[in-house]
Design a protein around this ligand. Structure first.
Ligand code: UFG
Length: 329
């Protein structure tokens, strides 16, 4: 299949590109490199450096493709609280332009990188029918774009699957790709860097939640597993009952912040210096997927089973790339 991957130089996008190439697909990576890394784009792809909001560039780039996997976007919950407009501009308005280009180029198969942040504060099992009441602009922007996809799907312009990730984590198991964000906010890379002495002690954002050890529970899913699910979605999108289908990608297993710290300590053999601070605004106590639909529709089951395995891959990447991708230059 000829697949265009927006944001293919980013964290999850680059892992999906690697998986697509392994399975023999032809890949066009579309990325403006505002957050992605040229070093993460394999030579075996066609690389288009462009903004997804550029209609002419997108229409040209998408010509003769069978499908789009759309990762490009802004991804920080905290960032969206400070600058909501850019989240709506990038995740919503530029997404509309991409859909215009897809229509002009005749590409109707669309896989969208969505998030469990579309649900808001859990009020029961987090299956796909849970109410969508996002509590931050990031979640609103992703949910709004899902709704556009659903509307376009109803009139036959696209067939779409929105993959709602829980906590993407880890690095490619062969060590070739990893997580490299300019302003890192995610727990696992921060805990690893604290253990390695590359930054100060980690702050646990609250230990007075109603959870077994008082810290927040999250559902960490390995990035290689996420990547594989996208490739499965490319086929599934042609045979789903509805033309728009949202699917959770998680393991169904919750891991607390303290358990992540213990895992990093086991894997690195080093203590993670840390202290307990106040809660971070907008953090729900627990976000754990009800993952049944991903098995039913995609035939997807995560292969990386434990938090230690996830942390091991992240640690391997970080040891080899202490400065992220710039270590390769
Ligand atoms: N945490 C800390 N200290 C830190 C960083 C994080 O205690 O320095 C805690 C958070 O409070 C949270 C857990 O670790 O309980 C995980 O936090 P991350 O920032 O790694 O991830 P989030 O759960 O906040 O974010 C993820 C995805 C988002 C998605 C969001 C849904 O990264 O894209 O889940 O709420 F939108």
């Amino acid at each position: 299949m000829r697949v265009a991957v927006t944001g293919g130089a980013g964290y999850i996008g680059s892992h999906a590109v690697a998986e697509l190439l392994t399975l023999g697909h032809q890949v066009t990576v579309i990325d403006d490199l505002s957050a992605g890394h040229a070093e993460a784009v394999p030579a075996a792809t066609r690389f288009v450096r462009a903004d997804i909001g550029d209609l002419v560039a997108m229409t040209t780039a998408l010509d003769h493709h069978d499908a789009i996997i759309h990762f490009a976007g802004l991804l920080s919950v905290g960032g969206s609280m400070k600058d909501p407009r850019s989240y709506f501009q990038t995740n919503f308005i530029k997404g509309l332009v991409l859909l215009d280009a897809a229509k002009a180029a005749g590409v109707s198969r669309f896989i969208f990188s969505s998030t469990c942040a579309t649900y808001g504060v859990p009020r029961g099992p987090l299956n796909e029918d849970h109410p969508k009441e996002p509590v931050n602009p990031y979640g609103v922007s992703k949910r709004a774009f899902e709704q556009v996809l659903e509307a376009y799907a109803r009139i036959g312009q696209v067939r779409a699957i929105a993959l709602r990730y829980f906590n993407a984590a880890g690095a490619r198991r062969d060590g070739s790709l990893g997580e490299d964000h300019t302003h890192e906010e995610h727990l696992i890379p921060l805990a690893i860097d604290a253990a390695a002495g590359r930054r100060g002690p980690l702050t646990i954002y609250g230990d007075d939640y109603e959870t077994p050890d008082g810290t927040c529970l999250r559902d960490y899913i390995h990035v290689d597993d996420l990547a594989r699910a996208h490739v499965l979605a490319l086929d599934a999108v042609e045979r789903t009952e509805a033309p728009f289908t949202p699917i959770n990608l998680g393991t169904g297993r919750g891991t607390s912040v303290r358990e992540v710290i213990q895992s990093v300590e086991r894997v690195t053999g080093t203590k993670v210096p840390h202290s307990v601070g106040p809660r971070r605004p907008g953090d729900p106590p627990a976000l754990v997927a009800a993952p049944q639909r991903s098995l039913a529709i995609l035939g997807f089951e995560p292969q990386v089973a434990s938090i230690d395995e996830i942390v091991e891959t992240a640690w391997k990447w970080r040891k080899a790339h202490p400065q992220g991708y710039s270590s390769e230059r």
